[in-house]
Design a protein around this ligand. Sequence first.
Ligand SMILES: Cc1cc2nc3c(=O)[nH]c(=O)nc-3n(C[C@H](O)[C@H](O)[C@H](O)COP(=O)(O)O)c2cc1C
Length: 137
Amino acid sequence: MNLTRLVYYSQRNPSMSLNVPELLEVCKRNNSRMNVTGILHFNGNYFLQVLEGGRAEVSAIYHRIAADPRHINIILMSASDVRERIFPTWSMGLHEGMGEETKKIFLRYFPSENVNPEAINVDSLLDFLQDVSAELA
Ligand SMILES: Cc1cc2nc3c(=O)[nH]c(=O)nc-3n(C[C@H](O)[C@H](O)[C@H](O)COP(=O)(O)O)c2cc1C
């Protein structure tokens, strides 16, 4: 079974209610059952998410996520086979907000502090998420 990493971004749907702790509980429950791990960054507007696990499992979860009306403008950045997970620790780690520390880390990888996923390359995004995930440990 191939190990796959999938990266996408999306925007919160302003016309739907969103309970982030509740969402995270569902992520953890489903993902751990399927040995899928990853990280979800939410800055109040954009979601940036990485899913890592078996190809079929990651694909099934992504299709469910993509059909979720709580977010819109869902853009798949990459999905590829990998040799190793970058985020093996969390069934779904949540990193929220853009505080001073996060901003500094963000500026290490991106030209301005504005999250503009269309101008973001996937490798820099993975580096950013890996750095902020240290805060979750
Ligand atoms: C931004 C975002 C990220 C999500 N991430 C996951 C996830 O990692 N795993 C998951 O199972 N569901 C995730 N969901 C929720 C799914 O869209 C869906 O509601 C859920 O999988 C349904 O699970 P249930 O049938 O157990 O209620 C996410 C939803 C949103 C809006």
